[in-house]
Write a protein that binds this ligand. Sequence first.
Ligand SMILES: *[C@@H]1O[C@H](CO)[C@@H](O)[C@H](O)[C@H]1NC(C)=O
Length: 319
Amino acid sequence: MEAVNHSRVSEFVLLGLTDSPQLQIFLFVMFSVFCLMTMLGNCLILLTVLSTPHLHSPMYFLLSNLSLIDMCLSSFATPKMIMDFFAQHKTISFEGCISQIFFLHLFTGTEIVLLISMSFDRYIAICKPLHYSSIMSQRVCVGLVATSWTVGFLHTMSQLAFTLYLPFCGPNVVDSFFCDLPLVIQLACIDIYVLGIFMISTSGVIALVSFLFLLTSYITVLVTIKDHSSTGSTKAFSTCTAHFIVVLMFFGPCIFIYVWPFTDFLVDKVLSVFYTIFTPFLNPLIYTLRNQEVKTAVKKKLSNQYLNLGKTTPIYSVQ
Ligand SMILES: *[C@@H]1O[C@H](CO)[C@@H](O)[C@H](O)[C@H]1NC(C)=O
């Protein structure tokens, strides 16, 4: 039907989240605030962990790395969406769309492996406390972070290799606020239904298996804590439940979108807001509110910054 149907589309049209002007203003304000708070909150955690010597432990290093990924997750698509809110015609170039898919899968893939690393860390700390310092050495910790990024990268490359191989010759309307894989591959000019389901479900199955693994490991940890109720157990319990809540919030939407692709796009669209906007925003809140150590360190950091205002040498130091 197209004159030159082997030519590739040069841009995609994004439909955004809603057509209603009132709702758009509301979402604009809400997402701007969320995006800003995510940046500030995660930045604060990152700086606090890195500058507080007694938080220099595997758990907090992994936590600071999670904050870094959350900042990445909330910045690869949200600023464009916020700027697009009042644009009549929201478009994104082909390359821009492909890079959004690349970053989404890079960051979510990395986040999944990092969440597994964090559960491994808690499992060793609580179920094998005597071996903790020998198992979770600095080297292992760096290794876990490096593995997370490597797996994330390999995962996103596999998804991209598949996407770039598809011919995009005409249809270019993406019914969302960013280019998510299930929506984009449907625009291909060949029938990829079966292949597409297979490809997307692979991500879904990986997410599901990781989720079940995390579920088992946190349940084991929580049961162990309950069995050995001692003085430190309330602290350990609240740390682990915080980790667990983060896991639930992150995996819920991912699994829904990727295990049952091509079902209800309105649901998909709303759920994708979760892993790009809400989860990165809530993570620092959950961690700081449920963790006395982080809370105290953050307060100290903030008050030190405040005291330093107006001084000639605003250098932060910890005793
Ligand atoms: C991430 O983890 C590594 C390895 O433990 C650590 O050296 C680093 O400080 C952490 N934080 C960031 C923001 O990279």
